[in-house]
Design a protein around this ligand. Structure first.
Ligand SMILES: Cc1cc2nc3c(=O)[nH]c(=O)nc-3n(C[C@H](O)[C@H](O)[C@H](O)COP(=O)(O)O)c2cc1C
Length: 209
């Protein structure tokens, strides 16, 4: 089994990465492969609603000159996905938001790639906006019918400068508990393959007709 973790921070060794590595170590101890993919340090443009991904049904975003399509394939193959972001102005860091809008739109428009994968959100913050950002990240998971493991608090770690998060003992424990629950959910999912509910035909209304 494999978990792909997306680091939405431009800092490879920042607080978001620290939190991901705490979760990852627990997963690896449970025999689960773990890989961090750097998102925040790359130029990633936003979705322009061209709908080419739905029209072409080729599993690709029409923008082919950034990291999105390659990363999307890794996400498609993974059993679990962690989406992680630092808090910028009480929300998801801009580059990560651009990435997530496009990645989840392509996956949804091409048959629901993430349905029943295990998915978790992780946030790093100096002071305020942690829960808002955690909730915003969780929207991508819940609209995709993903299985979302929880922890003993919301998945937020505190710090300003890279490395500060190591001093947030409660935040570190939250990530450890998340790792344990995620590993357990991945194993449960493996053992119950074949009895999962089939996908429903989507009802789509826009409140006007
Ligand atoms: C553009 C920008 C906006 C930020 N906005 C907030 C904010 O709204 N609330 C907050 O508490 N911290 C804010 N921060 C601080 C970061 O969330 C914090 O330093 C975080 O630990 C960075 O994670 P990283 O080391 O993984 O990059 C902001 C930082 C930047 C660069």
């Amino acid at each position: 089994m494999k978990v792909i973790a997306l680091n939405g921070s431009p800092h490879r060794n920042g607080n978001t990465a620290y939190a991901l590595n705490v979760v990852g170590k627990i997963l690896q101890n449970e025999g689960i492969d773990f890989e961090i993919v750097e998102i925040g340090g790359h130029p990633v443009r936003g979705c322009i609603a061209c709908n080419q991904c739905a029209e072409n049904e080729n599993g690709k975003c029409a923008f082919t000159n950034d990291i999105l399509n390659d990363t999307l394939l890794k996400m498609k193959e993974a059993d679990g996905i962690i989406i992680a972001s630092p808090v910028y102005y009480s929300g998801i860091a801009g580059t990560m938001k651009c990435f997530l809008d496009r990645a989840f739109y392509v996956a949804s428009a091409n048959g629901g790639w993430f349905r029943h994968k295990v998915g978790a959100s992780v946030v790093a913050v100096r002071r305020t906006g942690g829960s808002l950002t955690f909730n915003a990240l969780n929207q991508y998971l819940s609209i995709s019918e993903m299985l979302v493991p929880t922890s003993n608090y919301w998945n937020v770690i505190h710090g300003l400068e890279p490395g500060d998060a190591a001093q947030d003992a409660e935040g570190v424990q939250i990530m450890q508990v998340l790792g344990k629950n995620m590993a357990w959910m991945l194993k449960m999912r493996e053992q119950t393959k074949g009895i999962e509910p089939k996908a429903d035909e989507k009802v789509f209304t826009n409140f006007i007709r």
